[in-house]
Design a protein around this ligand. Structure first.
Ligand code: SF4
Ligand code: MG
Length: 332
C-alpha cells in the first residue's frame, strides 16, 4: 500500500459562539503516495492551512480521519503522538515569525532534537546542526548568528533545516515561498526538490496560486470554501482543467515567455469568496461561478472521478443531469 497518507472526509469546524459555525474544512478526501508532492491550491480563507494543521495534529478534527502509515493519528495516545511528531514536520509561510529572534540558528535547529532526546552528546548534536545547514545550502559559520541577520530566503532555509532535524518522512509546507521575492522563490523550490530526492521525503505543498505549485507537485487538489473542487495530476490539471474555478485560477497565471502572445481569455471572478460561516446549500462556488445553473443552488455536486485519476465536484459533469451531453466545454 503506497497510500502513505489518507485523508478521509476531514472536517474542521470552529464554533464562534451565538450558534455560528465556521466550516473551515468541510469534508475533504485525498491520499498522498510515498515520495510524491501533493499540492493544495486555493485563495486565502479557503481552508488550506487549516487542513494542513489538522492533518499534522495541531488541531483536533471535527470529523473524518487522517491515516498516516496505517495509523489513525487522531487516535494516538500521548506517547505515540510524540513519536509520530518526529515523522511529520511543518514549514511555515513566514519564516521570521516562526523563528525565535532571541535564539541562535544553532539553538533553533537543535531545539526539536533536544525535545526528542536525539543526542546525549552536545558535540554530536552540533555536528548534526552543521550537516543540516550544509544540506540547506547555508554555511556552518551561520550557526551562531541570529534570524534577523539573514535574508528572507536564508531564513526559510533555516526553517527547513529545523523541519529536517528529526529526519521526518513527511513535510507539510504551508506557503513556504509566498513571502519571498520572486527571484528567491525558485531557489527554495529547487532546494525542496533536491531534499526530497536525497531524503525520500513526501510533501504536502500548500499554495495560493497555481504558478509555482505546478513545478513541484505531482498531483494537485484545488480547494474552495472548505471543499476540494478538483483533484488530478499536475499535468492533467493544466492541460484539461474541468472545474470552472480551476479554469479561472489558471487563466490568471501570466504566460512566462514575453514573446508568446497571450491569447487566452481572462476569466475574472466577480465577488468575494462567501463567508464559510453557515454557508448556503448547493455548490460552494455558485455565487461566483460564471456558468452556474439552477441545480447548483439546490444540490451539492458529487465528488466524482470523471476521468482516470481526475476528480471534480461540479454539476456540469453529472451526465444524468445534463441528459448525457458533455457540457465540459461550456465553461471553457
Ligand atoms: Fe458552477 Fe454549478 Fe459547477 Fe458549481 S456545480 S462549479 S455552480 S456549474
Ligand atoms: Mg494560510
Amino acid at each position: 500500500n503506497n497510500q502513505f497518507l489518507q485523508v478521509k472526509n476531514l472536517k474542521k469546524h470552529f464554533h464562534l459562539g451565538k450558534g455560528e459555525i465556521l466550516k473551515a474544512v468541510d469534508g475533504v478526501t485525498f491520499h498522498i503516495n510515498k515520495g510524491e508532492t501533493f499540492g493544495i491550491v486555493g485563495e486565502s480563507g479557503c481552508g488550506k492551512s487549516t487542513a494542513g494543521r489538522t492533518i499534522i495534529g495541531l488541531y483536533d478534527q471535527t470529523d473524518g480521519e487522517v491515516i498516516f502509515n496505517s495509523k489513525n493519528i487522531h487516535k494516538l495516545n500521548q506517547k505515540e503522538r510524540f513519536a509520530f511528531h518526529r515523522q511529520m514536520q511543518m514549514i511555515f509561510q513566514d519564516p521570521y515569525a516562526s523563528l525565535n529572534p532571541r535564539s541562535t540558528v544553532s539553538e533553533i535547529i537543535s531545539e526539536p532534537m533536544e525535545v526528542h532526546g536525539m543526542f546525549s552528546n552536545k558535540q554530536d548534536q552540533l555536528k548534526r546542526v552543521y550537516q543540516l545547514l550544509e544540506d540547506v545550502g547555508l554555511h556552518r559559520d551561520h550557526a551562531n548568528r541570529y534570524p534577523h541577520e539573514f535574508s528572507g530566503g536564508q531564513r526559510q532555509r533555516i526553517g527547513i533545516a529545523r523541519a529536517l532535524a528529526l529526519n521526518p518522512e513527511f513535510i507539510i509546507a504551508d506557503e513556504p515561498i509566498s513571502a519571498l521575492d520572486v527571484s528567491v522563490q525558485a531557489q527554495v523550490v529547487n532546494l525542496l526538490k533536491r531534499l526530497q530526492r536525497e531524503k525520500g521525503l513526501t510533501y504536502l505543498f500548500i499554495a495560493h496560486d497555481l504558478s509555482m505549485v505546478k513545478q513541484i507537485s505531482d498531483r494537485i487538489g484545488v480547494m474552495y470554501l472548505g471543499h476540494l473542487v478538483e483533484l488530478t495530476t499536475s499535468h492533467e490539471l493544466y492541460q484539461n482543467p474541468m472545474h470552472p474555478y480551476t479554469k479561472a485560477l489558471l487563466s490568471a497565471i501570466p504566460i512566462p515567455d514575453p514573446d508568446v502572445e497571450d491569447k487566452r481569455e481572462r476569466i475574472i471572478l466577480k465577488g468575494e469568496i462567501p463567508s464559510p460561516i453557515n454557508p448556503t446549500s448547493g455548490c460552494v462556488f455558485r455565487t461566483r461561478c460564471p456558468v452556474a445553473m439552477e441545480v447548483c443552488g439546490l444540490e451539492k455536486p458529487k465528488w466524482q472521478e470523471v476521468h482516470k485519476q481526475h476528480f471534480v465536484a461540479c454539476h456540469l459533469y453529472d451526465n444524468h443531469k445534463t441528459g448525457g451531453q458533455d457540457y465540459s466545454q461550456v465553461a471553457a
